[in-house]
Design a protein around this ligand. Structure first.
Ligand code: F6R
Length: 246
């Protein structure tokens, strides 16, 4: 694993955006695996700036997102589709037909998951997967205890995740109880993975995930088994990791 440590969130976002840019330049029709959450927002902002300067062309890029709330319409501001449109897709020249987020409105869970796995397969898999890291080690919506062998599935959101995400909704009651997520197996099949971490609140989980035992109790720990992972973070998030390895 390679680790890039930047002074702060802004510079860590630039490093992550540089890696994505390199991917897009080297393979213009690449498949990007994208994430929502607070962490990648700075990365997406940087990509938009470089696109506006004429340095990047997304016209042939395909994207496949990690997850989506079940039962939430793409028009709902809390949907991950809405997030991706507003934080990235609407501002660049990616063809929306080439952008995929699980279909939160599909009531048939098995069909929703099967269809998404087929989308991933028919695109030849993800070239570069972007991940954030939950405070409990989750990646996508794969919470502690998730089996490592799953592809896309429907997950019951834990109360802690619902509470953490309640900040985006009018009340806790409005936070969906289920989501569709790429499983750990789907994530591990990406050819290259970039994990972005920022802030002191992530320092302990970064250490546990990348230096601790590989266990479903810390879903991100499985990334230690992937042969091409880049960890990009700011000093605050990487401080415990560096204290342990130095
Ligand atoms: C986002 C996702 C989540 C987030 C994680 C970290 O699509 O699947 O796993 O990456 O919850 O969220 P932030 O970046 O808000 O700390």
């Amino acid at each position: 694993m390679r680790v890039y440590c930047a002074a702060d969130y802004y510079h860590a976002s630039r490093v992550a955006a540089n890696i994505i840019s390199a991917q897009v330049i080297m393979k213009p029709d690449c498949v990007l695996g994208l994430a929502t959450g607070s962490t990648p927002i700075g990365t997406y902002e940087q990509l938009i700036r470089w696109y506006e300067k004429g340095d990047l062309d997304f016209s042939e890029v395909h994207s496949i997102n990690l997850d989506e709330y079940r039962g939430v319409s793409p028009k709902n501001e809390q949907s991950y589709r809405y997030f991706m449109n507003s934080h990235l897709f609407d501002a660049i020249n990616i063809d929306k037909k080439n952008t995929f987020v699980p279909d939160g409105m599909e009531q048939d869970k098995e069909k929703a998951c099967r269809d998404y796995d087929e989308i991933i397969r028919s695109h030849g898999g993800v070239d570069l997967q972007i991940l954030g890291l939950g405070h409990n080690g989750h990646i996508g919506f794969n919470e502690p205890g998730s089996a490592f062998g799953k592809e896309t599935y429907c997950v019951q959101l834990s109360e802690s995740t619902r509470t953490a995400n309640a900040r985006f909704f009018a009340s806790l009651d409005e936070v969906p109880k289920e989501a569709y997520t790429m499983g750990i197996k789907s994530i591990m099949q990406a050819k290259k993975i970039v994990v972005i971490v920022s802030g002191e609140s992530k320092r302990e989980i970064v250490k546990r995930a990348f230096l601790g035992p590989i266990t479903p109790e810390v879903p991100a720990s499985v990334l230690q088994l992937h042969n091409d992972v880049i960890l990009v973070g700011d000093e605050a998030a990487l401080s415990a990791y560096y204290e342990a390895v130095r």
